[in-house]
Design a protein around this ligand. Structure first.
Ligand code: GLP
Length: 240
């Protein structure tokens, strides 16, 4: 595991974008999984700027959605793909046919999860995942208790996730109760993983996930076992 400690969020975002760009330069056909939430917004701005300056192109990359809410309309503003689209996809040049998006209003959940798993296989697995982390240690929507061999599935959101997501949507009542998430088995099989942790509110979970015991109660702690994990953490979160 490599830990990169940055002074602040801006430096974290720049460093992360540099690594993502390096990945695409070394393999322009990279399959990427990128998170939503507030953590990656700075990285997305940096990547969008780099694209405008012709430093990087996403034209031959593949993108797989990490997680979303379940049983909400595709055009709902809470739909996490729409978040990713507004903050990143529409600023750059992915081919739409290279993007795997969850159908969050699919009628048959098994078929939908199976379709996404099949797409990951078709692409030969994932090259790079960038994760944020939930305050309870969730990865995507792999909530506490998720198993290492878990597949893409529908999951009940934990009370902690509902509380933290209320910041995005105004109140807990507006937060959907269920999510759809890539499973830990595909995610941890990725060739490279970056975990981003920033802010004082993540100091406790940073310590537990990266320096504590590996436990299903903190899914992010599984990352300690990954051979190519880079943790990028700002001073507020590492707390020195
Ligand atoms: C959200 C998303 C995760 C994200 C995490 C952290 O609910 N489902 O993919 O990484 O929680 O969010 P934030 O970056 O806003 O702290």
């Amino acid at each position: 595991m490599k830990i990169i400690k940055t002074k602040n969020y801006s430096e974290l975002s720049i460093k992360t974008a540099e690594i993502v760009i390096g990945q695409i330069h070394s393999n322009p056909n990279s399959t990427l999984v990128l998170p939503t939430g507030n953590t990656p917004l700075g990285m997305f701005s940096q990547l969008s700027i780099a694209f405008k300056k012709n430093i990087v192109s996403f034209n031959n990359c593949f993108l797989i959605e990490l997680d979303d809410y379940w049983q909400i309309p595709m055009n709902d503003n809470r739909n996490l793909y729409n978040w990713l689209d507004k903050s990143f996809i529409q600023n750059v040049n992915f081919k739409l046919e290279n993007i795997t998006r969850f159908n969050t209003s699919a009628i048959n959940s098994d078929n939908e999860c199976h379709r996404v798993e099949k797409n990951i296989k078709k692409m030969g697995g994932i090259d790079l995942v960038v994760f944020g982390v939930g305050p309870n240690g969730h990865l995507g929507f792999n909530e506490p208790g998720s198993k290492l061999n878990s597949k893409t599935r529908i999951i009940d959101l934990s009370p902690e996730s509902i509380t933290s997501s209320a910041n995005y949507w105004g109140s807990e009542e507006n937060v959907p109760q269920q999510g759809i998430t890539l499973g830990l088995s595909s995610l941890l099989a990725a060739k490279k993983i970056i975990l981003l942790v920033n802010g004082k509110h993540k100091a406790q979970i940073y310590k537990q996930a990266i320096h504590g015991p590996i436990t299903p109660l903190i899914p992010a702690s599984y990352l300690q076992q990954h051979k190519h994990l880079t943790v990028i953490v700002d001073q507020d979160a590492y707390g020195e």
